[in-house]
Design a protein. Structure first.
Lengths: 388, 388
């Protein structure tokens, strides 16, 4: 097992009828800015319910945070915070709204050009850099990114997606009410299942370090997703299936799975370029890249792929190569069973675009990816060719 | 899945050579009281190492916190805190030292007779009751209780053991260095494996609520303990085995396993009386009570016992009764394989003592135990008879 630090102070309030908790966790005298996305939370009445719970507190709203939240949008919320003396933020939405709100809180009292905050990558932004933030809570509407219980965000600016990490960006609380997610379009639920699945595989399909309980938590999430994936898409109001998805999505990226193990975020990094260049949904990019990457990297990931084949897919017979191939095939079939296509060509992207994608990876410094730092641009090209 | 709240703000600093972190997490101008137990941490040089890291900070020591820490001992530390203006506590020890330190911090600025704090049971003590506490960190020397990453304690007073729960009692940080535990006597490691195992079964062997990932985390910890239990006792300095035990012990009782599922603490409650009356080690009491309780409660726990038989012990054939019997038998054999006896009579306790034990349960209000609240004194008597 590798050395690790684990810290996660977010209060989780999970289950039905939890909106009332907002009243307990938001200071009674706070001036609140509610942040949200494209308007579905507004239309379906969730924002109004939240405002009712907030009661006499002074409340402002900031809607329009887009999927893959953009710097240019978020800085407008910073102005409101400064002008109206906002002292609590409440993000009502999915990962994009929550990620965006994390950036807003970090930028609110940053002295200088807040685009600076996009330059830190995976290096955490500390209180030496950002001296003051606005506390925030979340009401999660989409189980997928895990942003509701971690301190990371991904922010889009011009043609890039930029990771932003900071212990100052943990939500104070997150309300996880599975019923709130019942109205989601099926494709968003499918993307959420895949995002959760790949968050886990990126922390699990690496190389073994004898981290037995971390492996079993990872395998437990994967098995649960395989069991409930199709059901929670087909039966939107099946509480138990959705509750299992919501909690798996949160656990997948709250630090527990990745504690003390190597991590490989290459799939996400390559996927980010596909979203930035072609607007493909994040979950879909992961469904495209994952099987191809596992095929190309099957030697480096051999031991863990065999464990994955056995424990997650219960593949017991055949040569080691056959077991690994079958496990990757089953992974692809699982994504497709959720209604998500797994080939670039199915999204209208031809092989002629591969050099453009590789160029973007190069431009963003993604030249030494993976758990071993040896996934070069040539290997990324190979992965993209496999993903056609 | 049941509704739940999850909150755990303790920083975990896991791995080799982590003592240096103390310097980062203890304020530079703090006056520190180091709390410890019977002296092994003093003798083996750990306290000195900790003091070296604390550098120029003013440091006091309070040793002698006994296993099953006693109120009468702990109040003496409260006097030191008040007299010397201590503003940080550092618990160096196992669950008893950490539990004791939690009580010390809660009692330090409590207005009134601090025995009041023993009366809350499983009802959390809030900041309305305890208005100020002394922050504390821990250096864990014994993987067992999980106290290093939760907000609970068990305190002994006169002839009883009293649970104390408070969000004010989370450690600020806990240093989990598996090598620090290499010098432990084998029996203490065995007790720690069993304590961890039973923390999990008390949150897992209840009734099903379709909490799939919680079940799999529970099963993952149990399987890991079964795999590494004998090894980590036999090979004291096997880092990987011990690291897996340490992290399992922490995860078993940090709230993750019990989130959203029913919990049955009857084994612990009955075990506490055996410790209080006869001085049997906590881990040993659990090894005595667990198999007997599972036998007596096999109807109530039927569905989860079958799942346990299949997923943890890989029992695939035979009638349901046979599978359950075999799973309980294997549990008993596992405890015995660690060198821990599982029958009361093996500890010199005869059947004539059963009425005394039942009387103590009655005196402490333990008349409606278990996840369903229907484990009466008669059933406890039956369990104790089975445990002879």
């Amino acid at each position: 097992m590798l050395n690790f630090d684990f810290y996660n102070p977010t209060h989780i309030l999970f289950g039905t009828d939890r909106l009332e908790s907002i009243d307990k966790y938001v200071p009674a005298d706070a001036t609140v800015l509610i942040t949200y996305g494209g308007g579905s939370a507004k239309k379906n009445g969730l924002i109004d319910k939240v405002k009712t719970v907030l009661g006499n507190r002074k409340v402002y709203e900031f809607g329009g945070i887009e999927p893959n939240p953009r710097y240019e949008t978020l800085v407008k919320a910073v102005e409101i915070i400064r002008n109206e003396n906002i002292d609590f933020l409440l993000a009502v939405g999915g990962g994009s709204v929550i990620d965006g709100t994390k950036f807003i809180t970090l930028a609110s009292f940053y002295d200088g050009d807040s685009r600076d905050l996009l330059k830190y990558g995976f290096m955490p932004i500390t209180s030496d850099v950002v001296k003051k933030t606005v506390p925030f809570g979340t009401v999660l509407t989409l189980p997928a990114t895990g942003s509701e219980m971690n301190s990371g965000a991904v922010i889009s600016y011009e043609h890039g997606k930029y990771p932003v990490m900071s212990e100052l960006a943990f939500p104070k609380f997150s309300i996880l009410d599975p019923t709130v997610t019942f109205t989601l379009p099926k494709i968003q639920v499918a993307n959420g299942v895949i995002d959760t699945f790949v968050h886990v595989t990126e922390q699990y399909l690496t190389y073994p370090v004898d981290a037995r309980i971390q492996d079993r938590i990872a395998e437990g999430i994967l098995q649960t997703l395989i069991e409930i994936g199709e059901t929670t898409i087909a039966e939107s109001d099946n509480y138990d299936a959705r509750a299992n998805l919501v909690w798996c999505a949160t656990l997948a990226l709250n630090g527990v799975v990745g504690a003390g193990v190597p991590q490989d975020w290459a799939t996400h990094m390559i996927g980010h370029e596909l979203t930035a260049l072609f607007g493909i949904d994040h979950g879909q990019t992961l469904a495209i890249v994952t099987p191809a990457l596992l095929e190309v990297r099957s030697e480096q990931k051999r031991a863990k792929l065999l464990q994955y084949a056995q424990r997650v897919w219960h593949i017991e017979s055949g040569s080691e190569e056959k077991k690994i191939d079958l496990a990757i095939q089953k992974t692809r079939e699982f994504f497709e069973s959720l209604g998500v296509k797994t080939h670039l060509s199915q999204y209208g992207i031809g092989a002629d675009k591969i050099p453009v994608i590789v160029e973007q990876l190069k431009a963003h410094g993604m030249t030494a990816l993976s758990e071993t730092g040896d996934l070069t641009l040539d290997i990324s090209r190979n992965i993209l060719e496999r993903a056609m």
